[in-house]
Ligand binder design. Structure first.
Ligand SMILES: C[S@@+](CC[C@H](N)C(=O)[O-])C[C@H]1O[C@@H](n2cnc3c(N)ncnc32)[C@H](O)[C@@H]1O
Length: 232
């Protein structure tokens, strides 16, 4: 993680967090950056960061030399997360553009296409993930990086399963606690059928066999991190 992004994470306007918490956040974001495989040098690339929230990855792409970065979000920015983004934007004297936009409303005719599209920690929030992926395919020029929780059932992990999820708007009404997390196979198939011709698994959940064992004992599917890289 760069000194610049460290500064953003470690000095929120609302007062410094306890050191242990700060260390955990740094470690988590360092690890995510390592696993995601975002190109080190983004000179000449345009980037769309969907569900940017605090903007960490938008600012990191700007630091890596991207020509243009557009951060979009809806849910968090409508309710509680916009101030964090704006504070970081100001502190970093950033040129990152931002727009309140729902992923389901992405429109290539309005916002154009982007070399790199980031969909990090957003997929499992969506009510209509395939419809969203179809929109995303139309705005992606070179590479989509999608990071999400994926489903780890005891068996049938290689089957394209997805639990029903009503979307964040109605999640409070559901009686189960899993959201819209597909199996790794489900994720790659959904991305492929949404319009991407090349889909590579960049990361599978760690401790898979332990989690599958827990799923067996508790009769409840578990989850872990999955990352795919997809090209149109
Ligand atoms: C878990 S946070 C991930 C934040 C950031 N991308 C990261 O990886 O650290 C999920 C973000 O997705 C946003 N989000 C959820 N549904 C969305 C939608 N339909 N359109 C755009 N953003 C959405 C939320 O507002 C929230 O900021």
């Amino acid at each position: 993680m760069s000194a610049r992004t460290h500064q953003f994470i470690s000095q929120p306007d609302s007062g410094a967090p306890p050191l242990s918490k700060e260390w955990r956040v740094r470690r988590r974001f360092d690890r995510r950056l390592r696993l995601l495989g975002i190109p080190e040098d983004l000179t000449g690339w345009s980037v769309l960061d969907i569900g940017a929230w605090h903007g960490y990855f938008s600012f990191e792409c700007e630091r890596r030399g991207a020509d243009r970065v557009l951060a979009v979000d809806r849910f968090a920015w409508d309710r509680f997360g916009m101030d964090e983004f704006l504070a970081a934007h100001k502190r970093l004297a950033s040129r990152v553009e931002y727009q309140h936009l729902d992923v389901h409303d992405l429109d290539a005719d309005t916002i154009g296409q982007f070399d790199l599209v980031l969909l990090l920690g957003v997929f499992y929030h969506l009510r209509n993930p395939v419809a969203a992926l179809e929109r995303i395919a139309r705005v992606t020029k070179r590479l989509l990086i999608c990071e999400t929780h994926v489903l780890l059932p005891f068996i049938h992990e290689r089957y394209p399963l997805v639990p029903f999820f009503p979307g964040d708007e109605r999640a409070g009404e559901q009686t189960y606690d899993l959201c819209g997390i597909p199996t790794m196979t489900g994720l790659t198939e959904m991305v492929r059928f949404a319009g991407f011709s090349e889909v590579d698994v960049a990361y599978r959940p760690s401790f898979r066999y332990w989690k599958k064992f827990v799923a067996l004992v508790t009769t409840r599917p578990q989850s872990g991190r999955g990352i795919v890289h997809a090209r149109p």
